[in-house]
Design a protein around this ligand. Structure first.
Ligand code: C2E
Ligand code: CA
Ligand code: CA
Length: 509
């Protein structure tokens, strides 16, 4: 029985009781039957209303208690990171304004530390997500224990942590001391179940000067310092310096340039020959992006593809390159194939297959002449989505190659996860075959693996006839590299094809 029911029963009992008492005593007091009846009704009504009020009051009290509990829960969820209980990004922003005021009043600087685990992904993918969570919780506990009481630590997302602390601008060694303690504590192996997880961390540090910089600007600088540490191999800490700022300015200029270069068609396809090793014939081309820059000449993709990926521009860039390449190749010999590189970010786009198939239809390029190259890293984030994209493309006859095999995980599980039509051995092993027996052994092992899975193998980075000969002996199917020619622009390809009578007449490029 609920509280409400209880109150109701007691109420009814009182009504009955009062009604009995009232009917016995009222007649003598009042005298008339009518007046007595009216008074009795009024009395009963009064009691009933009081009871109803009491019940409603209790309900409202309970409701408001529930609301307050829910509100507190929502506030905790909105301000704390649920896994570690640390402040989240929003709370850090609120705390930061208070820290700025305190620092200004006391003439102190603020140090911002961005702390990041190296290769955290390998913990989630190796020992598993539970181990990954344990590492994050331990990291949060360590940071909380090490920072001074007036400092704040927050988890900004993933394995990204941030500490804010005030310090005397003349004594940056206090910050260095804390950083050294964090590095020492967080590089200790962590026991999770039966596993002992080894980890290293990278730390970027930046400071505000009294009265000049905002925390946001300091956080951006700490992030830049962190990226510099990561780029140099991680497992270290570094203060932000002006040189890193210049690097950021160059990066931003490239991003801004890409925003106009892509729609203007200034990112153009170059073509690298792919040769069938058994016949020595030209089989097709790998499409490689080049930026035809108005002042800097032809820029290589390493300068701009990673930035295009970060800035979310790689899909537009890729579609523009593919459109140009399909239009060019439509007039070449129909036996020639095109291999295009698809970056990891593109495989997170659920519409990728539709976009490519639409482009094939619009340019009238047969899907059977297209091969897409993806790397193992593309498969980490969302394997199921990658599988569905690949299935849609393969249904239409597009083929699939696993690029840069041998670097990264080189896992058989990844090879089996998707129906690859080709494995491409990374050029670093092929180029080193001449003087590194270990690389020769790797190339041999990958070629054998390809044979046992009945998946043909391409070797890239073939720079000499001698290496080509050894690859042929190993049973490699296709090759590409400087020995066969540097990547060519479309006019150079047309001349090469015209010389070999491989230029169709279907359409002019
Ligand atoms: P990748 O897919 O591994 O492409 C092969 C790279 O090796 C190309 O560099 C090619 O020029 C170079 N290469 C080929 N043979 C040799 C050789 O014998 N010796 C040497 N030293 N190098 C050789 P490139 O054109 O600079 O491209 C670099 C990377 O940029 C590519 O590596 C690919 O990951 C990426 N990339 C290029 N174009 C595109 C594109 O359109 N979209 C995407 N997402 N990535 C692209
Ligand atoms: Ca490639
Ligand atoms: Ca490659």
């Amino acid at each position: 029985m609920t509280d409400g029911h209880g109150v109701l029963l007691v109420g009814l009992w009182i009504i009955v009781l009062l009604a009995c008492i009232g009917s016995q005593h009222l007649p003598s007091a009042i005298g008339s039957d009518d007046a007595r009846a009216v008074l009795l009704c009024a009395l009963l009504l009064n009691i009933a209303l009081s009871l109803l009020g009491a019940i409603r009051h209790r309900r409202l009290l309970a409701d408001s208690r529930l609301c307050r509990t829910l509100e507190a829960r929502v506030q905790t969820l909105a301000s704390r990171d649920p896994l570690t209980g640390l402040a989240n990004r929003r709370t850090l922003a609120e705390v930061a304004s208070g820290t700025m005021i305190t620092a200004a009043r006391r003439g102190l600087s603020i140090a911002v530390l961005t702390v990041n685990l190296d290769n955290f992904r390998s913990v989630n993918e190796g020992p598993g997500h539970e181990a990954g969570d344990a590492v994050l919780v331990d990291m949060a506990e360590a940071l909380t224990a090490l920072i001074p009481p007036s400092a704040t630590v927050a988890r900004l997302g993933g394995d990204e942590f941030c500490c804010l602390m005030t310090f005397d601008a003349g004594r940056p060694a206090t910050v260095d001391g804390l950083v050294a303690a964090i590095m020492a504590r967080l590089t200790r192996p962590l026991a999770v179940g039966r596993e002992s997880i080894r980890r290293t961390v990278s730390i970027g540090i930046a400071r505000t000067e009294p009265g000049d910089m905002t925390i946001d600007a300091a956080m951006r600088r700490a992030d830049i310092a962190l990226s510099a540490v990561k780029k140099a191999g991680g497992d270290a800490a570094s203060w932000f310096d002006a040189g890193m700022g210049r690097e950021l300015a160059v990066r931003n200029a490239i991003e801004a340039g890409l925003r106009t270069a892509i729609p203007a068609g200034r990112i153009v396809p170059y073509y690298e020959q792919q040769i069938d090793l058994s016949t020595g014939r030209l089989a097709g081309f790998e499409v490689l992006a080049r930026w035809d820059h108005p002042t800097d000449g032809i820029l290589l993709p390493d300068r701009f593809i990673p930035i295009a990926e970060e800035a979310g521009l790689v899909s537009d860039l890729s579609m523009s390159i593919m459109r140009q390449a399909f239009e060019h190749a439509a007039s070449w010999d129909p036996g020639l194939t095109l291999s295009v590189n698809i970056s990891p970010g593109q495989l997170k786009d659920p519409w990728l297959a539709e976009k490519i198939l639409k482009l094939l239809i619009e340019t009238n390029f047969p899907p059977q002449r297209l091969e897409i190259e993806i790397t193992e890293t593309s498969l980490f984030d969302n394997l199921a989505l990658a599988q569905s994209i690949v299935a849609s493309l393969k249904n239409q006859g597009v083929r699939l190659a696993l690029d840069d095999f041998g670097t990264g995980y080189s896992s058989l599980a990844h090879l089996r996860a998707l129906p690859f039509d080709r494995i491409k051995i990374d050029k670093s092993f092929v180029m080193a075959m001449a003087d590194d027996p270990e690389c020769t052994a790797i190339v041999e092992a990958i070629t054998r693996l390809g044979h046992s899975l009945s998946v043909p193998v391409t070797a890239e980075g073939v720079e000499t006839a001698a290496i080509a000969g050894r690859l042929r002996a190993l049973g490699c199917h296709k090759v590409q590299g400087w020995h066969y020619g540097r990547p060519l622009d479309v006019q150079q390809v047309r001349r090469l094809l015209a010389d070999r009578s491989l230029l169709g007449t279907a359409r002019a490029a």
